[in-house]
Design a protein around this ligand. Structure first.
Ligand SMILES: CC(C)(COP(=O)(O)OP(=O)(O)OC[C@H]1O[C@@H](n2cnc3c(N)ncnc32)[C@H](O)[C@@H]1OP(=O)(O)O)[C@@H](O)C(=O)NCCC(=O)NCCS
Length: 285
């Protein structure tokens, strides 16, 4: 697998050790590009990631350990990226929800009407922001728990074995610094890009863009007609990233139910997300 521009980004792939043995001489389902045997891909990945490895040519047990290390690192990057959403959703995200702002202003006015106390009224916004933080944390931790018990629990099983799925890690100096996954939806011949995240210490270096391009290559090579994704990210970075990769914004919804949400009244009052859909059409159907 190549170390494409920028120079420090090495896209590599988590290669299941037993698949590597089984597939020797067969086509590599996940590889972009002219197709090649996984053993060769793994050798190149092994060179790209000397310390962590990616299913290199060592003994099978050793490769298994490498994969477990990759999965651990991938889960850590995913976890950190999602945890950043807590303050972003609680505070920054409020700007996207004018009706909630109005409701909070009415609550403050009501407090003043009832108590006639400026001090208590001033405490209302602080209390509301505290509740927003509490519920954002609760929902996002529940979401993380769902993800860490489904696809992210066993990346190898979930992404490397089914046809049409794949998982890549970006490796820098032998350390995993970014992740992305692809999952095909055969019913509409699209590939979904998901789990994009880059270690905060290595952002702004083009790592996410390189990972995104890898998913696009994967979709082209496997003849899918479009790449789609959905995101509840509040910060501009994720949106700029997808736009810079050529995705079109297809709309946003305030009624998205995040896995892990209970939709209780308190959650509705103090936790809101906006779900953005993006699509990159590769060819006409
Ligand atoms: C979003 C994220 C993946 C970007 O990773 P990155 O490696 O820093 O991104 P890149 O360096 O590859 O930048 C790609 C593009 O995004 C844009 N971008 C990245 N960070 C930005 C920022 N802070 N502000 C504005 N634009 C930004 C740039 O315009 C760049 O395009 P360009 O090369 O044409 O200028 C990273 O910030 C992250 O992991 N965030 C937390 C998890 C997350 O939100 N993931 C997305 C979930 S859908």
């Amino acid at each position: 697998w190549h170390c494409g521009p920028p120079d420090m980004v090495c896209g590599t792939k988590i290669v299941p050790a037993e698949d590597l043995r089984r597939c020797r001489g067969q086509e590599d389902r996940c590889s972009p590009g002219p197709r090649h045997v996984p053993a060769a891909a793994a050798r190149r990945a092994g060179r790209a990631a000397p310390r962590v490895g990616a299913g290199g040519t060592g003994p099978a047990g050793e490769r298994g350990v490498c994969i477990r290390e990759f999965q651990e690192a991938a889960r850590r990057i995913f976890y950190d990226g999602i945890m950043e959403r807590i303050p972003n959703t609680a505070f920054r995200g409020l700007r996207q929800h004018p009706r909630t702002q109005l409701l909070y202003a009415l609550l403050a006015a009501l407090c003043f009407a009832v108590t006639r106390s400026l001090l208590l009224t001033c405490l209302v916004p602080a209390g509301l922001l505290g509740l927003r933080y509490y519920y954002s944390r609760k929902v996002i931790l529940a979401y993380l728990d769902c993800a860490l018990h489904t696809d992210m629990a066993d990346i190898e099983q979930y992404y490397m074995k089914p046809p049409g799925s794949c998982f890549w890690v970006a490796v820098l100096d032998g350390n995993v610094v970014g992740i992305v996954a692809a999952r095909a939806h055969e019913e509409d011949n699209t590939v979904e890009l998901l789990r994009m995240s880059v270690d905060s210490r290595f952002r702004g270096k083009g790592i996410a863009k390189a990972l995104g391009r890898r998913v696009l290559e994967f979709a082209v090579v496997h003849n899918y007609s479009a790449v789609v994704l959905g995101t509840t990210a509040v910060k501009v970075a994720a949106h700029k990233l997808y736009e810079s990769l050529g995705f079109r914004h297809m709309g946003a919804s305030d009624h998205y139910v995040l896995p892990g949400m209970t939709l209780s009244l308190a959650e509705r009052l103090f936790f809101q997300v906006r779900y953005h859909r993006y699509r990159l059409q590769l060819r006409e159907e």
